[in-house]
Design a binder for this molecule. Structure first.
Ligand SMILES: [Cu+2]
Length: 148
């Protein structure tokens, strides 16, 4: 009975499996990050109010492990900005999902540096991180690209 079952089902299982494999290969090629991504981790915010620099506490940036980053905020002239509210958001543009955790700025480290705890990337690929800064000049944000 099991032999009969498998032989009958092989007729459609084999082509179906081939289609799945071909589809996965196609999807993988479609999910290549754009080749012209700006991977700079130091950027002027969109309105030019601040300059934000991101740095992970681990190199290479881990996939699957919770870790920390720092964000340094300065004026466009390089003067550290400390009295700011910062929030972090992110996700994978090609997958339509966000970060698996809710990272938060937990400490002001001085000299414009702020500790971001609870960062996690749960898969390899193209991620964006948006740093929203509300400081003396107003609210502004910058979006960074990361390929893991
Ligand atoms: Cu993803």
């Amino acid at each position: 009975m099991p032999a009969k079952f498998s032989r009958r089902h092989l007729f459609w299982l084999a082509p179906a499996a081939a289609l799945v494999v071909a589809g996965a290969g196609f999807a993988a090629r479609m999910m290549e990050p754009p080749s012209d991504l700006d991977l700079s981790l130091t950027k002027k915010t969109e309105h030019g109010f601040y300059v934000a620099s991101l740095a992970a506490d681990q190199s290479p940036v881990p996939v699957g492990a919770i870790h920390s980053w720092t964000v340094k905020v300065t004026t466009p002239n390089g003067k550290p900005v400390d009295a700011v509210a910062i929030s972090i958001d992110g996700g994978m543009p090609q997958h339509g999902h966000g970060l698996p955790t809710k990272p938060e700025v937990t400490r002001d480290l001085g000299a414009g540096r702020h500790l971001i705890e609870g960062m996690k990337f749960n898969m390899a690929g193209w991620w964006t991180l948006t740093v929203s800064i509300n400081g003396p000049k107003g609210a502004d944000k910058a979006t960074f690209n990361l390929v893991l």
